[in-house]
Design a protein around this ligand. Structure first.
Ligand code: GDD
Ligand code: MN
Length: 363
């Protein structure tokens, strides 16, 4: 074969559990794409002792393809761990993962590989950028996927971090401690791998025609628990504490301005609250930019200030609505109401700004 002397450059890992209807078609298709595009590729199947005989089927196919490998594991150990097992024995300096069920279009691989050659470290087959789409998923599955993607926004600016289809340079994984639990290996790598540029390529995801999905409730639990650990890993909690300290200072400032304007200048407390908000906002922006998110003040300051402002207007709405309800319906003293209202609106504020304003600038 054309790359017989050399090692493969690309290793595609495909986890399988009961995929006998799909796996042969996919392997044939991949190798034909490799040779058409002169890609030095190997395929590594990681089979968890599929009761339907997927492993045996692949063993037989190995006679036909020299660059087909298979890892047989004793029992079903999960999708992410299967991919990591495949990466371990991979010879290519570019690693890839895709599902066995024909959901991910093999034709996208040359395009994705091109992006790596053009300098990307990490390339994701994305359903959620322009040109990408999903075919065949019921509404509830789309909704869950969107919800899970939204929750991941705090950790990555990538539009489809839930994708199971990606390429990454192997050097990005060196020395990294990757958690094998769960389904969402792409997000795990986005959080923990060592990469500089990440690029999304639009793909059409087509739900499987044959066989059954292996996604179950346990995977939702793993996902949420992984998100919790990313909070610690990415120091989100530490940032939130800093954000709260800044916010507490802003609150004092806010209340001082509110008090002076209302009591000394006889301005209606709702109007005073707006002024108090703007003063505190500016102080909060500067302190958060420098201290909480560790940026230089000069870095795209006006642009970020406007984003910070927009999120803060949203938080102000929350603030005013809560303030109004507490004062008018619960007859709570407006100063105390304001403290509660600021507390609630700062949660909206933190996540809004961490996701939107300061996103992606710090890894
Ligand atoms: N070895 C092994 N062990 N393989 C597994 C296991 C396991 O425990 N669980 C699942 N697989 C394999 C399946 O055989 C298939 O090749 C692939 O992992 C994906 O499993 P599906 O059951 O088809 O998952 P899905 O279609 O619901 O979800 C996929 O697509 C989503 C959207 O891109 C996954 O790739 C998700 O991670 C992804 O978010
Ligand atoms: Mn699938």
């Amino acid at each position: 074969m054309y790359y017989s002397k050399n090692l493969p450059e690309l290793s595609i890992v495909i986890p399988t559990y009961n995929e006998k209807e799909n796996i042969v078609t996919l392997i044939d298709k991949l190798f034909s794409i490799f040779s058409l595009n002169r890609i030095k590729g190997e395929i590594i199947i990681v089979d968890d002792n599929s009761p339907d005989g997927t492993g045996l089927l692949v063993e037989r196919l190995r006679k036909k393809y020299r660059y087909l490998k298979i890892i047989h594991r004793k029992e079903k150990m999960g999708l992410s761990s299967a991919i990591l097992a495949g990466f371990k024995i991979a010879k290519g300096n570019i690693l890839g993962a895709m599902d066995a069920d024909m959901s991910h279009p093999p034709e996208a691989i040359p395009i994705m590989l091109n992006e790596i050659k053009n300098g990307a470290d990490f390339v994701i087959g994305s359903r959620y950028i322009k040109g990408g789409k999903i075919i065949g998923w019921p509404f509830y599955r789309k909704l869950i996927s969107k919800g899970a993607t939204f929750l991941a926004k705090i950790f990555t600016k990538v539009r489809d971090p839930m994708s199971g289809f990606f390429l990454i340079k192997s050097k990005c994984l060196e020395g990294r401690n990757i958690n094998p639990k769960g389904f969402k290996i792409c997000l795990e790598l986005l959080v923990k791998a060592n990469y500089k540029s990440v690029k999304e390529v639009p793909i059409t995801f087509t739900d499987r025609q044959l066989g059954k999905s292996k996604l179950n409730l346990k995977e939702y639990y793993y996902y949420l628990s992984n998100l919790g650990s990313y909070m610690l890993y990415k120091k989100i909690i530490k940032k939130f504490v800093k954000f709260c300290i800044v916010g507490a200072f802003g609150t004092l400032l806010n209340i001082a301005v509110l008090y002076v304007l209302t009591e000394k200048l006889y301005i209606f407390y709702m109007i005073s609250a707006v002024f108090a908000f703007v003063v505190a906002l500016t102080s909060n922006f500067i302190l958060n930019k420098i201290w909480t998110f560790g940026e230089k003040l000069s870095e795209r300051t006006l642009y970020k200030y406007s984003k910070f402002f927009i999120i803060s207007i949203l938080a102000l709405f929350v603030n005013l609505i809560v303030l109004y309800i507490l004062v008018e319906y619960f007859q709570i003293w407006y100063i105390f109401s304001q403290v509660l209202a600021i507390l609630i609106s700062s949660i909206v504020n933190f996540f809004g700004n961490a996701i939107w304003t300061f996103k992606g600038d710090k890894k």
